[in-house]
Design a protein around this ligand. Structure first.
Ligand SMILES: Cc1cc2nc3c(=O)[nH]c(=O)nc-3n(C[C@H](O)[C@H](O)[C@H](O)COP(=O)(O)OP(=O)(O)OC[C@H]3O[C@@H](n4cnc5c(N)ncnc54)[C@H](O)[C@@H]3O)c2cc1C
Length: 284
């Protein structure tokens, strides 16, 4: 969202070994450690972040044609992965087209779209635990659900992810689907000169089994949230669940605006919205 103060120390890592080494150094001296993918789903505190911030640029891609599987470094762009598997005629990861960010950030954050989760197409992931142990685990043991996971809850780090279960499809058909999804998303999301983090709040659980989630944006719209702003932060005029930085916003502006939005929905609809965007800070 282009807000937040400086990192005390910052390093970009291109290899799993370097990421593990940076983690070990912080563990050894008990320094705070923060991992970022593309930073597309975070608000960073105006005071910045103490300790080490690691930006994940681990971007290897290994193809296993026989098993129709691909293993991506956790810093690989999710959108580029969708394009690469589709170009090969492997379907179907197209529902994730256009989601900004990295493969690791998406798995950890329970990302998805159009009612699907990225985790559905992931079979295993190599993860680093807070105690420094590295394991390759089946994705169905990582507690990934809608915009949440045990990975985030336990402070694990996704190092690489293997995707599989692809069906043979036509590359042209898949690429057309990607183009249609990107066009659909472009109509809903802010242009690049209005930084945002996508939907700010999670949708609410389905009211009954088999029903769809209740869109937080719908409840916010009914409360008139589209007219709200705080300093440089404003609710996007086309989507009541998106906060944009209209220029010069601070993290404090965004948090205050989000608080006001959640309060409106609580008063009007009696439900508590939960942020999807993660606020990174060192406050206790
Ligand atoms: C315009 C726009 C549209 C969006 N649309 C969608 C959408 O349709 N669906 C959706 O789900 N999201 C959407 N998002 C949100 C965002 O793109 C996703 O959540 C994305 O998966 C975040 O990836 P990232 O690499 O940027 O993570 P970051 O923002 O860098 O990090 C998010 C959190 O994950 C942690 N993290 C990052 N990498 C790892 C890792 N390797 N291992 C463990 N933890 C890690 C970070 O510490 C942080 O807590 C959208 C965002 C924008 C800006």
């Amino acid at each position: 969202m282009k807000v937040g103060g400086p990192a005390e120390f910052l390093v970009e890592v291109e290899h799993i070994e370097d990421l593990a080494a940076a983690h070990a150094i912080c563990r050894g001296c008990r320094a705070p450690f923060t991992l970022l993918g593309d930073g597309s789903n975070v608000v960073i505190d105006d005071a910045g972040l103490a300790g080490l911030v690691v930006v994940n640029r681990v971007t290897h891609l290994n193809w296993d044609e026989k098993r129709r599987q691909v293993t991506a470094g956790a810093g690989f762009s999710l959108d580029r992965l969708v394009e690469a598997v589709s170009f090969r005629g492997w379907g179907d990861l197209t529902f994730a087209a256009g989601i900004p960010g990295t493969v690791g950030g998406a798995l950890a954050g329970g990302a998805g779209a159009y009612g699907r989760l990225l985790a559905e197409m992931a079979c295993r992931a190599r993860v680093l635990s807070p105690d420094g142990t590295m394991d390759t685990l089946p994705v169905n043991t990582l507690g990934v659900g809608y915009r949440d996971s045990d990975i985030l809850r336990c402070g694990q780090i996704v190092l690489e992810v293997t995707f599989g279960g692809f069906q043979a499809d036509t590359a042209a058909g898949l690429m057309n689907r990607i183009a249609a999804i990107r066009a659909d998303r472009a109509g809903k999301h802010p242009p690049s000169d209005l930084p945002c983090a996508g939907s700010y709040f999670k949708n609410l659980p389905p009211p009954s089994p088999g029903a769809s989630r209740i869109a937080a944006g719908l409840l916010l719209d009914r409360c008139g949230a589209k007219s709200l702003r705080r300093g440089g932060a404003a609710v996007f005029h086309r989507h009541a669940n998106i906060i944009v930085n209209t220029g010069g916003a601070t993290a404090a502006d965004i948090l205050a605006l989000a608080d006001q939005m959640a309060r409106l929905v609580r008063c009007r609809h009696g439900v508590q919205l939960e942020p999807e965007v993660r606020y990174l800070h060192n406050r206790s």
